[in-house]
Design a protein around this ligand. Structure first.
Ligand code: VG1
Ligand code: CO
Length: 545
C-alpha cells in the first residue's frame, strides 16, 4: 500500500489554548489545516509504531470527515491499532477512560466543547496522553512549534471505515476497532456508585428528575445509563439526540444557555426535584434542585464533604484541587477533613500530575467541571450520578443538602461575568492597565474592604516543578473576598474577558441574599479598577453565571 506524502505550507496559528486547538469550522476546513495539526501531534509523540491510539469526538459538524482523515494519517504513521467510538463519537470522559483501559499511547478528541457548532460554529482537536488526561503545556507547546515547521504530511489512500458498525477493520496494515462508546463507561460508573440505591430513588413516586443533554454527546450515555440501566422513566432525558449543530444552541450547561431545563425547575408549580445538564463533549455538569441552583464550586465542596457516602470513595479522599478562580468553598472542607488542597491554573491539564501522584481524589473548576481520579478529565455524568447517589443516601432535597453545608462551613457567594468577543487589543489594554496597578493595590481600602494582596497568579506544579505564569490577575481582600480577571483560552472570536467575584459569609442568617446583590460591592470595585466600559465600550457582561 503506497502512503502518500502531501506537500503543504506550515501554519503559525496552531497554538492550543486552555483545552486544545479551537477555531471556527471554516478555519479548520482550510486546505491541510486539520492535517497539519494532526501531523504535529504525531511528530511530537514518541514510540508510535504499533501502539494503540483512541479516537472520538463530540459529534459536531465536521466530526465525521475529520475521523476518516485522522484514521488514514494514523495508518500512514504506523500506529498498530486505532480504537474509535461508534459513529466517531466518544464523550471526553469516556475517551479518557478508553485510553486508560486499553493502555493506549493516548487519544485524539475532536471537540470544541461548549462552543456552538454547525457550519458557522467551532471545531476543536486535542490530544490526551497515556494517563487519559489532556497533554501538559510542555507537549502542547511542542505541537505548536512542530506545526510551524510542517511542510508535508503522510496519509494512506482513501478507504472509508464504516465507523457506524461495531467491529474490526483493516486500513493500510493498521487495525481499526469500532467500539460501543457507552458500555465501558457504564461499567466504570457501576464500579463507583450504588446503582441499586439510585434505581430505588428514581423509581420512587416522590422523586422526579430531568437531564438535559443539550443535543450533544451525552444523549446516548444518559439514555442508556439513566433510563435503561437505572430505570428512570422515558422522557427523563431531554434533548437527548446528538445533533451536528446542537440544535442551534450553545451546548453550555449553565443558567443562561440551558433555558428549557431552568424553566422546568424554576416553574412555580414545578414537580421536578433534580435537574442536570452537560455540555458538548460531556465533561461539564450543571446541578439544580427545585428552584435552586448549585454553583459548581459549592458542588465540589459538597461532594468532597460527603464522599465517604459513595462506594467508590468510602475509604475517604486523598485531597482536593480546584482551579484558581473557583471559589474557596472546597478549601474549607479540606481544612476540616485535614486534607491537602491545591490551587491550580484554569484548565484540566493542571490536575493530571496531582491525580497521577495520588495527591488528590476530587477536583473541579467553577466553569461547571467536576471530576475525580476515575479518569483524567472532568466528567459530567459522573457528577450527576454522584449527586443522585448522595440524594439516595441522604433522602433529602438538593437545597437542604446545600443549605446545611453552608450552615456548617459558611457560604461563598460566587459569580462569573463574561464579556464576550471584545476586541483583542482592547482586552489587552485593560489587562495591561490592571497589571500596572497591582504593585500599589495591597493595603488599599475600598469601602469596608481592604486589599490584602494583588498579583498575577503563578503556579509551580508540586509534582514536576514546572512553572506556569500569568494565569490570571487576583485582587485578594482581607476578609477572604476575591476578584479575578482572566482572558479566555477557549474562545474563537476576539477576546473574552472573565471576571470572577467571590465573597465569604459565615453568618447563616445572611445566606438568603440574592447572589448579585451580595456581590454588588465587589462589582463596584471591578468598575473602579478595571474600567471595563472605558476600555471595551461594554456597559454590562454578556453572560452571567
Ligand atoms: C474554559 C473554562 C475552564 C475550562 C475550559 C475547558 O476555559 O474557564 O475552566 O477548563 O473552558 O472546558 P477559558 O480559558 O475559556 O476560561 V471545556 O468543557 O470547554 O473543554
Ligand atoms: Co466540555
Amino acid at each position: 500500500m503506497t502512503i502518500q506524502t502531501i506537500k503543504t505550507t506550515p501554519f503559525d496559528d496552531q497554538k492550543p489554548g486552555t483545552s486544545g486547538l479551537r477555531k471556527s469550522v471554516k478555519h479548520f476546513k482550510k486546505p491541510d489545516y486539520l492535517q497539519t495539526f494532526v501531523q504535529a501531534i504525531f511528530n511530537t509523540l514518541e514510540h508510535v509504531q504499533d501502539s494503540t491510539l483512541v479516537l472520538g469526538g463530540d459529534g459536531r459538524y465536521f466530526n465525521r470527515e475529520a475521523i476518516q482523515i485522522i484514521l488514514r494519517m494514523a495508518a500512514a504513521t504506523g500506529f498498530g491499532r486505532v480504537i474509535v467510538g461508534q459513529g466517531g463519537i466518544l464523550s471526553t470522559p469516556a475517551a479518557s477512560n478508553v485510553i486508560r483501559q486499553y493502555q493506549a499511547i493516548g487519544g485524539i478528541i475532536l471537540s470544541a466543547s461548549h462552543n456552538a457548532g454547525g457550519p458557522e460554529g467551532d471545531f476543536g482537536i486535542k490530544f490526551n496522553g497515556a494517563n487519559g488526561g489532556p497533554a501538559p503545556e510542555s507537549m502542547t507547546e511542542a505541537m505548536f512549534a512542530a506545526a510551524k515547521q510542517i511542510h508535508e504530511y503522510h496519509i494512506a489512500p482513501l478507504q472509508p471505515i464504516p465507523v457506524d458498525k461495531l467491529g474490526k477493520y483493516q486500513l493500510a496494515g493498521m487495525q481499526v476497532e469500532v467500539i460501543d462508546a457507552v458500555s465501558d463507561y457504564l461499567a466504570l460508573m457501576e464500579r463507583i456508585f450504588d446503582f441499586d440505591k439510585i434505581s430505588a430513588l428514581l423509581a420512587s413516586n416522590h422523586f422526579k428528575m430531568r437531564f438535559d443533554a443539550m443535543h450533544a454527546v451525552t444523549g446516548p450515555y444518559a439514555h442508556r445509563i439513566l433510563e435503561q440501566r437505572l430505570g428512570a422513566p422515558e422522557g427523563t432525558v431531554i434533548h437527548g439526540e446528538p445533533l451536528a449543530d446542537f440544535g442551534g444552541g450553545h451546548p453550555d450547561p449553565n443558567q443562561a444557555h440551558a433555558t428549557e431545563l431552568m424553566n422546568l425547575l424554576y416553574a412555580r408549580n414545578s414537580d421536578i426535584d433534580f435537574g442536570a445538564a452537560s455540555d458538548g463533549d460531556g465533561d461539564r455538569n450543571m446541578i439544580l434542585g427545585k428552584r435552586f441552583f448549585v454553583t459548581p464550586s459549592d458542588s465540589l465542596a459538597v461532594l468532597a464533604a460527603n464522599a465517604r457516602l459513595i462506594p467508590g470513595y468510602k475509604d475517604g479522599i486523598a485531597g482536593i484541587a480546584r482551579s484558581m478562580p473557583t471559589s474557596q468553598a472546597p478549601d474549607r472542607v479540606a481544612e476540616k477533613l485535614g486534607l491537602p488542597c491545591f490551587e491550580t491554573p484554569t484548565g484540566w491539564k493542571f490536575f493530571g500530575n496531582l491525580l497521577d501522584a495520588g495527591k488528590i481524589t476530587l477536583c473541579g473548576e467553577e466553569s461547571f467541571g467536576t471530576g475525580s481520579d476515575h479518569v483524567r478529565e472532568k466528567d459530567g455524568l459522573w457528577a450527576v450520578l454522584f449527586w443522585l447517589n448522595l440524594l439516595a443516601e441522604k433522602q433529602d432535597s438538593v437545597e437542604n443538602i446545600v443549605r446545611q453545608h453552608w450552615a456548617e462551613y459558611g457560604r461563598n457567594y460566587y459569580s462569573r461575568h463574561d464579556y464576550e468577543a471584545i476586541e483583542m487589543q482592547d482586552a489587552n489594554a485593560l489587562v495591561d492597565a490592571l497589571q500596572a496597578q497591582l504593585p500599589g493595590l495591597a493595603g488599599k481600602p475600598f469601602g469596608d474592604l481592604t486589599v490584602s494582596a494583588a498579583d498575577n497568579f503563578t503556579y509551580t506544579d508540586p509534582v514536576d516543578g514546572s512553572v506556569s505564569q500569568n494565569q490570571g490577575i487576583r485582587i485578594l481582600f482581607a476578609d477572604g473576598s476575591r476578584i479575578i480577571f482572566r482572558l479566555s483560552g477557549t474562545g474563537t472570536q476576539g477576546a473574552t474577558l472573565r471576571v470572577y467575584l467571590e465573597k465569604y459569609e459565615a453568618d447563616v442568617s445572611k445566606h438568603d441574599q440574592d447572589v448579585q446583590e451580595a456581590l454588588a460591592d465587589l462589582l463596584a470595585i471591578v468598575q473602579q479598577v478595571a474600567r471595563i466600559e472605558h476600555f471595551t465600550g461594554r456597559a454590562a457582561a454578556d453572560v452571567i453565571t
